[in-house]
Write a protein that binds this ligand. Sequence first.
Ligand SMILES: [Fe+2]
Length: 364
Amino acid sequence: MDGQKPLPASPQQSIAPGTLTVRPLLLKPQWMNGLSERLLVSHYVNNYGGALRRLNAIRERLARLDWSRTPTFEINGLKREELIAAGSVVLHEVYFDSLGGQGDNPPTGRTEPPAGLARALERDFGSVMAWHAEFTAMAKALAGGSGWVILAWSERLGRLVNQWASDHAYGLPGATPILAIDMYEHAYHLDFGARAAAYVDQVMTNLNWPRIGARYRVATGEKAEGGLFIPYGAPAQDEARISAEELKAALENDEDRRPVLLDLCLPRDLPRRTDMLAGARMHAPAALERWVEELPRDRPIAVYCICGFQVSGTAVTELRRLGYDARALNGGITAWHAIGGATVPLDTSTYEQLDARELQEARG
Ligand SMILES: [Fe+2]
Protein backbone atom coordinates (compact mmCIF):
# COMPACT_ATOMS: atom_id res chain seq x y z
CA MET A 1 0.00 0.00 0.00
CA ASP A 2 1.14 3.51 -0.70
CA GLY A 3 1.06 5.27 2.67
CA GLN A 4 3.23 8.14 1.44
CA LYS A 5 0.87 9.61 -1.16
CA PRO A 6 0.75 13.42 -0.71
CA LEU A 7 -2.68 14.52 0.43
CA PRO A 8 -4.47 17.59 -0.97
CA ALA A 9 -4.13 20.87 0.90
CA SER A 10 -6.46 21.55 3.82
CA PRO A 11 -9.92 22.70 2.76
CA GLN A 12 -9.67 25.55 5.33
CA GLN A 13 -9.42 28.08 2.49
CA SER A 14 -12.89 27.05 1.30
CA ILE A 15 -14.73 28.59 4.26
CA ALA A 16 -15.54 32.31 4.37
CA PRO A 17 -12.79 34.44 5.92
CA GLY A 18 -13.66 35.40 9.49
CA THR A 19 -15.86 32.34 10.07
CA LEU A 20 -15.41 31.01 13.58
CA THR A 21 -15.42 27.22 13.48
CA VAL A 22 -17.31 25.08 15.97
CA ARG A 23 -15.33 23.66 18.85
CA PRO A 24 -15.85 19.92 19.45
CA LEU A 25 -17.13 18.57 22.74
CA LEU A 26 -14.26 17.19 24.83
CA LEU A 27 -16.60 15.57 27.35
CA LYS A 28 -18.33 12.28 26.55
CA PRO A 29 -21.99 13.25 26.96
CA GLN A 30 -23.23 9.69 27.49
CA TRP A 31 -20.78 9.06 30.33
CA MET A 32 -21.19 11.98 32.65
CA ASN A 33 -21.90 11.89 36.32
CA GLY A 34 -25.54 12.88 36.87
CA LEU A 35 -25.76 15.22 33.86
CA SER A 36 -27.74 13.59 31.05
CA GLU A 37 -26.65 13.25 27.43
CA ARG A 38 -29.95 14.82 26.40
CA LEU A 39 -29.26 17.94 28.49
CA LEU A 40 -25.63 18.33 27.44
CA VAL A 41 -26.19 17.72 23.74
CA SER A 42 -29.23 20.00 23.61
CA HIS A 43 -27.22 22.73 25.38
CA TYR A 44 -24.23 22.29 23.06
CA VAL A 45 -26.21 22.09 19.82
CA ASN A 46 -28.93 24.64 20.49
CA ASN A 47 -27.40 27.22 22.82
CA TYR A 48 -23.67 27.08 22.07
CA GLY A 49 -24.31 26.27 18.41
CA GLY A 50 -26.98 28.98 18.26
CA ALA A 51 -24.57 31.60 19.60
CA LEU A 52 -21.89 30.51 17.12
CA ARG A 53 -24.29 30.64 14.18
CA ARG A 54 -25.52 34.07 15.32
CA LEU A 55 -21.96 35.37 15.70
CA ASN A 56 -20.96 34.21 12.23
CA ALA A 57 -24.11 35.73 10.71
CA ILE A 58 -23.48 39.06 12.48
CA ARG A 59 -19.83 39.08 11.36
CA GLU A 60 -20.94 38.43 7.79
CA ARG A 61 -23.37 41.34 8.01
CA LEU A 62 -20.72 43.62 9.56
CA ALA A 63 -18.22 42.75 6.82
CA ARG A 64 -20.67 44.06 4.22
CA LEU A 65 -21.70 47.18 6.13
CA ASP A 66 -21.20 50.63 4.64
CA TRP A 67 -20.18 52.36 7.89
CA SER A 68 -20.72 55.85 6.55
CA ARG A 69 -24.34 55.20 5.51
CA THR A 70 -25.55 52.78 8.17
CA PRO A 71 -27.91 54.31 10.77
CA THR A 72 -26.38 54.53 14.23
CA PHE A 73 -29.14 52.39 15.76
CA GLU A 74 -28.22 49.58 13.37
CA ILE A 75 -24.52 49.88 14.19
CA ASN A 76 -25.31 49.91 17.91
CA GLY A 77 -27.61 46.91 17.63
CA LEU A 78 -25.21 44.80 15.58
CA LYS A 79 -22.17 45.57 17.73
CA ARG A 80 -24.11 44.86 20.93
CA GLU A 81 -25.38 41.55 19.54
CA GLU A 82 -21.88 40.69 18.30
CA LEU A 83 -20.45 41.18 21.81
CA ILE A 84 -23.20 39.08 23.41
CA ALA A 85 -22.86 36.26 20.84
CA ALA A 86 -19.04 36.26 21.07
CA GLY A 87 -19.17 36.20 24.88
CA SER A 88 -21.64 33.34 24.76
CA VAL A 89 -19.43 31.35 22.38
CA VAL A 90 -16.29 31.82 24.47
CA LEU A 91 -17.95 31.13 27.82
CA HIS A 92 -19.78 28.05 26.55
CA GLU A 93 -16.46 26.71 25.23
CA VAL A 94 -14.80 27.27 28.63
CA TYR A 95 -17.80 25.60 30.33
CA PHE A 96 -17.90 22.49 28.14
CA ASP A 97 -14.09 22.14 28.09
CA SER A 98 -14.08 22.21 31.89
CA LEU A 99 -16.32 19.14 32.17
CA GLY A 100 -15.73 15.44 31.58
CA GLY A 101 -13.65 12.47 32.58
CA GLN A 102 -10.16 11.40 31.62
CA GLY A 103 -9.90 9.72 28.24
CA ASP A 104 -12.51 7.01 28.14
CA ASN A 105 -13.30 7.17 31.87
CA PRO A 106 -16.34 9.04 33.21
CA PRO A 107 -15.80 11.78 35.81
CA THR A 108 -15.40 10.31 39.28
CA GLY A 109 -16.14 13.45 41.29
CA ARG A 110 -13.00 12.75 43.30
CA THR A 111 -10.39 14.67 41.29
CA GLU A 112 -8.86 17.86 42.65
CA PRO A 113 -7.14 20.92 41.19
CA PRO A 114 -3.58 20.21 40.04
CA ALA A 115 -0.82 21.44 42.37
CA GLY A 116 -0.08 24.80 40.68
CA LEU A 117 -3.73 25.84 40.50
CA ALA A 118 -4.41 24.54 44.03
CA ARG A 119 -1.56 26.75 45.36
CA ALA A 120 -2.98 29.76 43.48
CA LEU A 121 -6.48 29.12 44.90
CA GLU A 122 -5.02 28.87 48.42
CA ARG A 123 -3.05 32.08 47.91
CA ASP A 124 -6.06 34.04 46.60
CA PHE A 125 -8.96 32.56 48.59
CA GLY A 126 -7.31 31.07 51.68
CA SER A 127 -7.93 27.46 50.65
CA VAL A 128 -9.38 25.40 47.83
CA MET A 129 -12.40 24.75 50.05
CA ALA A 130 -12.91 28.49 50.62
CA TRP A 131 -12.72 29.14 46.88
CA HIS A 132 -15.19 26.29 46.29
CA ALA A 133 -17.60 27.71 48.90
CA GLU A 134 -17.54 31.18 47.32
CA PHE A 135 -17.79 29.95 43.72
CA THR A 136 -20.71 27.60 44.35
CA ALA A 137 -22.55 30.12 46.57
CA MET A 138 -22.30 32.70 43.78
CA ALA A 139 -23.65 30.19 41.25
CA LYS A 140 -26.52 29.11 43.53
CA ALA A 141 -27.36 32.75 44.15
CA LEU A 142 -28.27 32.98 40.45
CA ALA A 143 -31.04 30.37 40.85
CA GLY A 144 -34.18 31.70 39.22
CA GLY A 145 -32.13 34.28 37.34
CA SER A 146 -29.45 33.82 34.74
CA GLY A 147 -25.82 34.57 34.04
CA TRP A 148 -22.39 33.07 34.45
CA VAL A 149 -20.03 32.63 37.38
CA ILE A 150 -16.45 32.68 36.21
CA LEU A 151 -13.12 31.87 37.80
CA ALA A 152 -10.71 34.16 35.97
CA TRP A 153 -7.04 35.04 36.11
CA SER A 154 -6.38 38.79 36.19
CA GLU A 155 -2.84 39.78 35.30
CA ARG A 156 -3.43 43.37 36.54
CA LEU A 157 -4.93 42.31 39.87
CA GLY A 158 -2.31 39.60 40.14
CA ARG A 159 -4.80 37.02 41.34
CA LEU A 160 -7.61 34.65 40.53
CA VAL A 161 -11.09 36.14 40.94
CA ASN A 162 -14.60 34.75 41.06
CA GLN A 163 -16.81 37.04 39.05
CA TRP A 164 -20.44 37.29 38.06
CA ALA A 165 -21.31 38.00 34.42
CA SER A 166 -24.69 38.62 32.85
CA ASP A 167 -25.69 38.85 29.20
CA HIS A 168 -22.67 36.65 28.30
CA ALA A 169 -20.67 39.87 28.76
CA TYR A 170 -19.41 42.06 31.62
CA GLY A 171 -16.18 40.10 31.91
CA LEU A 172 -13.49 41.73 34.05
CA PRO A 173 -11.39 43.58 31.44
CA GLY A 174 -8.14 41.81 30.68
CA ALA A 175 -8.99 38.75 32.76
CA THR A 176 -8.88 35.24 31.28
CA PRO A 177 -11.66 32.78 32.17
CA ILE A 178 -10.29 29.55 33.64
CA LEU A 179 -13.62 27.94 34.57
CA ALA A 180 -17.19 29.07 33.93
CA ILE A 181 -20.51 27.75 35.17
CA ASP A 182 -23.57 28.42 33.06
CA MET A 183 -26.52 29.53 35.18
CA TYR A 184 -28.98 30.11 32.37
CA GLU A 185 -32.01 27.88 32.82
CA HIS A 186 -31.28 26.01 29.57
CA ALA A 187 -28.13 24.61 31.25
CA TYR A 188 -30.08 22.60 33.82
CA HIS A 189 -33.85 22.70 33.44
CA LEU A 190 -34.15 19.43 31.46
CA ASP A 191 -32.50 17.43 34.27
CA PHE A 192 -33.08 19.47 37.39
CA GLY A 193 -36.21 21.54 36.82
CA ALA A 194 -35.92 24.57 39.07
CA ARG A 195 -33.36 22.88 41.39
CA ALA A 196 -30.45 25.07 40.35
CA ALA A 197 -28.45 24.34 43.51
CA ALA A 198 -28.51 20.59 42.78
CA TYR A 199 -27.23 21.34 39.26
CA VAL A 200 -24.35 23.42 40.64
CA ASP A 201 -23.31 20.61 42.98
CA GLN A 202 -23.51 18.10 40.13
CA VAL A 203 -21.39 20.27 37.81
CA MET A 204 -18.70 20.45 40.50
CA THR A 205 -18.46 16.64 40.52
CA ASN A 206 -17.93 16.60 36.75
CA LEU A 207 -15.01 19.04 36.53
CA ASN A 208 -12.00 18.09 34.44
CA TRP A 209 -9.24 19.57 36.60
CA PRO A 210 -6.35 18.70 34.25
CA ARG A 211 -7.93 20.87 31.52
CA ILE A 212 -8.85 23.67 33.98
CA GLY A 213 -5.28 23.55 35.31
CA ALA A 214 -3.89 23.72 31.77
CA ARG A 215 -6.06 26.73 31.05
CA TYR A 216 -4.65 28.45 34.16
CA ARG A 217 -1.07 27.67 33.12
CA VAL A 218 -1.68 29.08 29.63
CA ALA A 219 -3.33 32.21 31.11
CA THR A 220 -0.28 32.82 33.30
CA GLY A 221 2.09 32.50 30.36
CA GLU A 222 3.15 28.89 30.49
CA LYS A 223 3.31 26.65 27.46
CA ALA A 224 0.07 25.39 25.92
CA GLU A 225 -0.69 21.69 26.12
CA GLY A 226 -2.58 21.18 22.87
CA GLY A 227 -3.25 17.48 23.35
CA LEU A 228 -5.61 18.08 26.27
CA PHE A 229 -7.91 20.14 24.05
CA ILE A 230 -8.35 17.61 21.23
CA PRO A 231 -11.19 15.08 21.58
CA TYR A 232 -9.97 11.82 23.11
CA GLY A 233 -8.97 9.40 20.35
CA ALA A 234 -9.16 11.96 17.52
CA PRO A 235 -6.14 12.09 15.18
CA ALA A 236 -3.50 14.47 16.53
CA GLN A 237 -2.46 15.91 13.16
CA ASP A 238 -4.50 18.87 11.89
CA GLU A 239 -4.55 17.48 8.36
CA ALA A 240 -6.30 14.33 9.57
CA ARG A 241 -9.26 16.31 10.88
CA ILE A 242 -11.86 18.45 9.11
CA SER A 243 -14.13 21.02 10.72
CA ALA A 244 -17.88 20.92 10.22
CA GLU A 245 -17.69 24.24 8.35
CA GLU A 246 -14.96 22.93 6.03
CA LEU A 247 -16.98 19.80 5.33
CA LYS A 248 -20.10 21.82 4.61
CA ALA A 249 -18.18 23.95 2.10
CA ALA A 250 -16.53 20.88 0.54
CA LEU A 251 -19.93 19.19 0.06
CA GLU A 252 -21.01 22.16 -2.04
CA ASN A 253 -18.27 21.25 -4.57
CA ASP A 254 -18.95 19.50 -7.89
CA GLU A 255 -20.06 15.89 -7.57
CA ASP A 256 -16.62 14.53 -8.56
CA ARG A 257 -14.76 16.65 -5.97
CA ARG A 258 -17.09 16.20 -3.04
CA PRO A 259 -15.78 14.12 -0.13
CA VAL A 260 -17.18 10.62 0.24
CA LEU A 261 -19.04 10.40 3.57
CA LEU A 262 -18.49 7.51 5.91
CA ASP A 263 -20.70 7.17 9.01
CA LEU A 264 -19.16 4.89 11.64
CA CYS A 265 -21.00 3.73 14.73
CA LEU A 266 -20.38 1.08 17.38
CA PRO A 267 -23.24 -1.46 17.65
CA ARG A 268 -23.95 -0.36 21.24
CA ASP A 269 -24.33 3.26 20.11
CA LEU A 270 -26.90 2.62 17.34
CA PRO A 271 -29.83 3.40 19.70
CA ARG A 272 -28.33 6.89 20.22
CA ARG A 273 -28.64 7.69 16.52
CA THR A 274 -31.60 9.07 14.59
CA ASP A 275 -30.12 10.83 11.57
CA MET A 276 -27.12 11.04 9.27
CA LEU A 277 -25.53 13.24 6.61
CA ALA A 278 -27.20 12.94 3.21
CA GLY A 279 -25.26 10.54 0.98
CA ALA A 280 -23.29 8.93 3.83
CA ARG A 281 -22.92 5.16 4.10
CA MET A 282 -23.09 3.67 7.54
CA HIS A 283 -20.68 0.95 8.60
CA ALA A 284 -19.50 -0.92 11.67
CA PRO A 285 -15.89 0.05 12.53
CA ALA A 286 -15.07 -3.58 13.40
CA ALA A 287 -15.99 -4.69 9.85
CA LEU A 288 -13.43 -2.37 8.21
CA GLU A 289 -11.91 -5.19 6.19
CA ARG A 290 -15.30 -5.75 4.51
CA TRP A 291 -16.12 -2.11 3.62
CA VAL A 292 -12.70 -0.58 3.03
CA GLU A 293 -12.46 -1.82 -0.56
CA GLU A 294 -15.57 0.20 -1.60
CA LEU A 295 -13.76 3.43 -0.78
CA PRO A 296 -12.25 5.42 -3.64
CA ARG A 297 -8.55 6.21 -3.57
CA ASP A 298 -8.87 9.37 -5.66
CA ARG A 299 -11.38 11.23 -3.50
CA PRO A 300 -11.23 12.74 -0.02
CA ILE A 301 -13.12 10.72 2.58
CA ALA A 302 -14.81 12.40 5.53
CA VAL A 303 -15.37 10.02 8.42
CA TYR A 304 -17.69 10.86 11.26
CA CYS A 305 -19.10 9.28 14.40
CA ILE A 306 -21.27 10.77 17.14
CA CYS A 307 -18.84 13.21 18.76
CA GLY A 308 -15.52 12.67 16.92
CA PHE A 309 -13.74 10.59 19.56
CA GLN A 310 -11.91 7.31 18.94
CA VAL A 311 -14.55 5.65 16.72
CA SER A 312 -13.81 7.92 13.76
CA GLY A 313 -10.29 8.70 15.01
CA THR A 314 -9.07 5.10 14.99
CA ALA A 315 -10.62 4.44 11.57
CA VAL A 316 -9.08 7.59 10.05
CA THR A 317 -5.64 6.67 11.38
CA GLU A 318 -5.98 3.22 9.81
CA LEU A 319 -7.35 4.53 6.50
CA ARG A 320 -4.51 7.05 6.21
CA ARG A 321 -2.03 4.26 6.95
CA LEU A 322 -3.58 2.40 4.02
CA GLY A 323 -3.09 5.45 1.78
CA TYR A 324 -6.63 6.87 1.75
CA ASP A 325 -7.19 10.63 1.97
CA ALA A 326 -9.34 10.29 5.10
CA ARG A 327 -10.20 12.99 7.62
CA ALA A 328 -12.21 12.76 10.84
CA LEU A 329 -15.05 15.23 11.26
CA ASN A 330 -14.06 17.31 14.29
CA GLY A 331 -16.81 16.91 16.88
CA GLY A 332 -18.70 14.35 14.77
CA ILE A 333 -22.34 14.67 13.77
CA THR A 334 -22.96 16.54 17.05
CA ALA A 335 -20.77 19.42 15.84
CA TRP A 336 -22.51 19.16 12.46
CA HIS A 337 -25.84 19.67 14.24
CA ALA A 338 -24.37 22.64 16.13
CA ILE A 339 -23.58 24.51 12.91
CA GLY A 340 -27.11 23.82 11.65
CA GLY A 341 -25.97 21.25 9.07
CA ALA A 342 -28.77 19.39 7.26
CA THR A 343 -29.35 15.69 7.90
CA VAL A 344 -31.63 12.90 6.68
CA PRO A 345 -33.23 10.05 8.67
CA LEU A 346 -30.80 7.30 9.66
CA ASP A 347 -30.36 4.51 7.09
CA THR A 348 -28.76 1.40 8.59
CA SER A 349 -29.22 -0.80 5.49
CA THR A 350 -25.44 -0.79 4.80
CA TYR A 351 -24.53 -1.57 8.44
CA GLU A 352 -22.83 -4.94 8.83
CA GLN A 353 -24.01 -7.90 10.89
CA LEU A 354 -20.85 -8.69 12.84
CA ASP A 355 -19.34 -12.18 13.00
CA ALA A 356 -18.01 -13.55 16.30
CA ARG A 357 -14.48 -12.13 15.85
CA GLU A 358 -15.78 -8.69 14.87
CA LEU A 359 -18.23 -8.68 17.77
CA GLN A 360 -15.34 -9.40 20.10
CA GLU A 361 -13.43 -6.45 18.61
CA ALA A 362 -16.47 -4.18 18.81
CA ARG A 363 -16.75 -4.91 22.53
CA GLY A 364 -13.07 -4.00 22.94
FE1 LIG B 1 -25.67 27.92 28.00
